[in-house]
Design a protein around this ligand. Structure first.
Ligand code: ATP
Ligand code: MG
Length: 421
């Protein structure tokens, strides 16, 4: 490897991989559109305090993982670690809620978090997701979750499980977190330092600890389900009923929490058994207080984000159709190359995928390249063909060769294509 490599935790998406990415986006975006979501694109950087205010000061994402810097104008900027805060900022800035009581948007793009890179965990990673702003109806929670599952199904994932919980609201959560904090602090020797810190700053997150000792110590911990206020308990019950009614299987998990402060009521995670330790392919939930927290009117909202790399890891074994050129243009000598280029240009305008050979190798070698690329036809242009005005087209499947004048090339190929289908 040379002096320059991609920064730690980032990955190039190479031309060999990008067809999978394209197919993924096409599949999930079609689902989001069917569910009524329109695409939104926001900047990949925002004012730093948007995330501090939106995601929460006490969260790992804001405290430890944010790519924050001061720009040349002295502004505090951060690369977005997630998209919900940016969407809500745009929702308020453009007053999207004014003409529409329920605003539904989807997004796709890279996110940035300074994390420890490992399989399925990067510092720059892609998310797609949706946000629905304007309704607190538990049936909407069911629709959003259904949409997430459908989109993952369309992307080729089969073995998915939905884990769901209610994380309460500002009425009931503080009472519960106080109990949880006291529970952890009552046995400081049984918990790791991270858990002890979290008990101070963000107690729910102790349930995210991967340490087996902490998990054992949490066995008898109070669970939020018993402490939800009536509003939250009713809402959660209605979400579960709605899911059951539409036929979506859910596994309630009272230890499921989210790393972002803004979640209220419904929190969920979708896991794939095709993955190892990093098995959550999507996560989301309700954030009924976020719009207000960012300076808007009280507006409930719910959404989810899908980790694109993780989905593509989980579907790696699914065979993908390769992209092949329809026509490979083999050219012999500079004059023929120009003529081949002109022919390729016309064919491409006619909708054919065309590769031109620039290797200047012998015809046999060029035919090898064409074969490797999986081309259906090879157009052979050499001095002889130029002199006679008849190009040779070789059908790579049958080996058959046909001499054609350049003008009739396109219509001939078209007729071959319709015969083939
Ligand atoms: P995890 O528990 O895996 O760290 P999270 O709780 O931080 O996830 P969210 O912030 O809700 O996850 O993001 C939603 C989804 O985005 C995750 O379920 C995961 O698929 C993906 N994701 C999150 N962080 C990363 C990362 N650093 N690299 C790759 N994908 C990620
Ligand atoms: Mg995380």
């Amino acid at each position: 490897m040379g002096e320059f490599t991609a920064p730690k935790g980032t990955k190039d998406i190479l031309p060999g991989d990008s067809p999978r990415w394209d197919r993924f986006f096409a599949a999930v975006e079609a689902v989001y559109k069917n569910y009524g979501y329109g695409r939104i694109d926001t900047p990949i950087f925002e004012k730093e305090n948007l995330f501090a205010r939106g995601i929460g000061d006490g969260t790992d994402i804001v405290n430890k993982e944010m790519y924050a810097f001061v720009d040349k104008g002295g502004r505090k900027i951060a690369l977005r670690p997630e998209e919900t805060a940016g969407v809500v900022r745009a929702y308020l800035e453009h007053d999207l809620g004014r003409s529409n009581p329920l605003v539904k948007v989807y997004y796709k793009g890279p996110m940035f978090r300074y994390e420890r890179p490992q399989g399925g965990r990067q510092r720059q990673f892609w998310q797609v997701g949706v946000e629905a702003l304007g309704s607190a109806d538990p049936a909407l929670d069911a629709e959003v979750i259904d949409c997430a599952l459908e989109s993952l199904g369309a992307a080729g994932l089969e073995d998915l499980t939905l884990h769901i919980n209610s994380v309460g609201c500002p009425t009931c959560r503080p009472g519960y977190t106080k109990l949880l904090r006291a529970y952890v602090q009552a046995a400081p020797d049984k918990f790791c330092q991270t858990c002890l810190n979290r008990a101070e700053t963000n107690p729910l997150r102790v349930f995210d600890c991967k340490n087996s000792g902490c998990a054992v110590a949490l066995r008898e911990a109070p669970l939020i389900t018993a402490y939800l206020c009536t509003d939250c308990a009713d809402h959660f019950a209605s979400v579960l009923t709605a899911l059951q009614f539409i036929g979506v299987a859910a596994e309630p998990n009272p230890r499921l929490v989210r790393g972002l402060d803004y979640y209220t009521k419904t929190a969920f995670e979708i896991k794939s058994t095709a993955l190892g330790a990093q098995d959550a392919v999507a996560a989301g939930g309700r954030y009924d207080g976020l719009v207000e927290q960012l300076g808007g009117p009280p507006t409930p909202g719910i959404g989810f984000a899908v980790g694109v790399e993780r989905v593509l890891l989980a579907t790696e074994t699914i065979e993908q159709p390769a992209t092949r050129p329809d026509v490979y243009v083999a050219t012999l000598g500079p004059k023929a190359r120009r003529a081949g280029l002109a022919a390729a240009r016309l064919l491409r305008r006619g909708g054919f995928a065309v590769a031109v050979d620039f290797s200047d190798k012998a015809l046999k070698k060029q035919l090898n390249y064409a074969d490797k690329a999986g081309a259906a036809f090879v157009l052979i242009v050499g001095d002889e063909e130029l002199a006679s005005g008849a190009y040779v087209v070789k059908n790579m499947g049958s080996g058959e060769q046909t001499a054609l004048d350049p003008e009739s090339l396109e219509s001939w190929l078209r007729s071959q294509r319709s015969e083939g289908t």
